[in-house]
Write a new protein. Structure first.
Length: 156
């Protein structure tokens, strides 16, 4: 029964993604495609003539019935992978997706190791003799002063 519920949920989540692949919108693709002449701007952010030309091209491809993947492949063939807002998830470009995760996991492991080591403080053996509440011996002068104070306190 649980498996059936999980499969139904997966189908409900996958349906919009599949529909988006078959029937992309300009708004969706504007955020996934970079302006060919603007530094670091997507088509949605750019007002340049080159960005307007790419937007018109995308609208024509959508009207012709192309899928999102087909439109992106055609743009990559024309402009190279720099036209994509996110690098492809295969080949050498996969490193752009994997390295940040490796860095985060590596940093967390180093912090965990350091925290473990910091909690394992090495203290020498505690010498025998009068000790304070923390287990360390009292300074002889401090012990003498304490004894004097206690004697005075008892006299009251």
């Amino acid at each position: 029964m649980k498996l059936l519920a999980v499969l139904a949920a997966a189908l409900l989540l996958a349906a919009p993604a599949a529909a988006s692949e078959q029937h992309p919108t300009l708004l969706e693709l504007e955020n996934q495609i970079m302006c060919p002449v603007c530094a670091g701007e997507t088509l949605a952010q750019s007002d340049s003539p080159a960005a307007a030309q790419v937007k018109r091209y995308i609208q024509r491809r959508i009207a012709a019935g192309d899928t999102r993947s087909q439109i992106k492949r055609e743009l990559v063939a024309q402009y190279g992978t720099r036209i994509l807002a996110a690098p492809p998830r295969h080949g050498f470009d996969l490193l752009a997706w994997v390295l940040p995760l490796v860095g985060i996991l590596g940093g967390a492991a180093v912090l965990a190791l350091l925290a473990w080591r910091w909690t394992r403080t090495r203290e020498g053996p505690v010498p025998l003799g009068p000790a304070s509440l923390n287990g360390r011996p009292l300074d002889p002068e401090l012990e003498k002063r304490l004894d004097e104070e206690l004697v005075r306190f008892d006299e009251w």
